[in-house]
Design a protein around this ligand. Structure first.
Ligand code: AP5
Length: 208
């Protein structure tokens, strides 16, 4: 199965993708995670995109498309994949259509106030990327990863100024993909405001 998770920053795409990759036994490809790994490893790509991510802007299409093209050509993607955070522009969606044929695009529907609450309370394990939320999904010990015990971090782009910029960028550049994929009869809307287990059940139902 080849699916795209579409939705505003903080809608819960990454949280649901972790459940979906186990259930469907296909890889979870998050362009945000790929960029963050490059930044952490101080690669040339990482140096190029570091400021863009911190400010909440979009990495140029050419760079992002090339990265995804290479990733989905890897052997573990032969039975499908979950794309999380790609495409984010019409140009990326057109490029993806040339690379492969999708089965569905899951649209995470959620109010702006809810995503602001989710983003501002998100914390992450720096080495594994495991996600927490200070209220909705707190770690067992405050500020520490449940398994590695490392100090949790807040992403630079989860600071208030970057959050509002990311939401503007989403409305301008990514929201038009809702109509784009609805027109192609690939779009499945799901209510992303519920608890993760319920959101995932709704997604499975929508994909049946
Ligand atoms: P990316 O990492 O893709 O960020 P995003 O799309 O903004 O998505 P997020 O990771 O912020 O949110 P999410 O929907 O995955 O929510 P999560 O599950 O974490 O991209 C980062 C940056 O990389 C971009 O800004 C851009 O610069 C660049 N980039 C990436 N892709 C690109 C592309 N295609 N083109 C150009 N540039 C690109 O959940 C959020 C919080 O809420 C967590 O704390 C979680 O615990 C909590 N939570 C989740 N679900 C629930 C729930 N159901 N109930 C309660 N709490 C919940």
């Amino acid at each position: 199965m080849k699916i795209v998770l579409l939705g505003p920053p903080g809608a819960g795409k990454g949280t649901i993708a972790v459940k979906a990759k186990e259930f469907y036994a296909i890889p979870h490809i998050s362009t945000g995670d790929l960029f963050r790994n490059n930044i952490k490893n101080e690669t040339e790509l990482g140096k190029k995109v570091k400021t863009i991510l911190a400010e909440g802007g979009l990495v140029p299409d050419s760079v992002t498309i090339e990265m995804v093209k290479n990733r989905i050509a890897e052997p573990d993607c032969k039975n499908g994949f979950i794309l999380d955070g790609f495409p984010r522009t019409i140009a990326q969606a057109d490029a993806l259509a040339e690379m492969t044929e999708l089965d569905a695009v899951v649209n995470f529907v959620i109010e702006k106030d809810d995503v602001i609450k989710r983003l501002s309370g998100r914390r992450m394990c720096p080495s594994t990327g495991r996600l927490y939320h200070i209220i909705f999904n707190p770690p067992k010990v405050e500020g520490k990863d449940d398994e590695t015990g490392e100090d949790l971090i807040q992403r630079d782009d989860d600071k208030p100024q970057a959050i509002s910029h990311r939401l503007e960028v989403y409305v301008e550049q990514t929201q038009p993909l809702i109509d784009y994929y609805r027109g192609k009869k690939l779009l499945k809307d799901i209510d992303a405001s519920k608890a993760p287990a319920e959101v995932f059940e709704n997604m499975k139902e929508a994909l049946k």
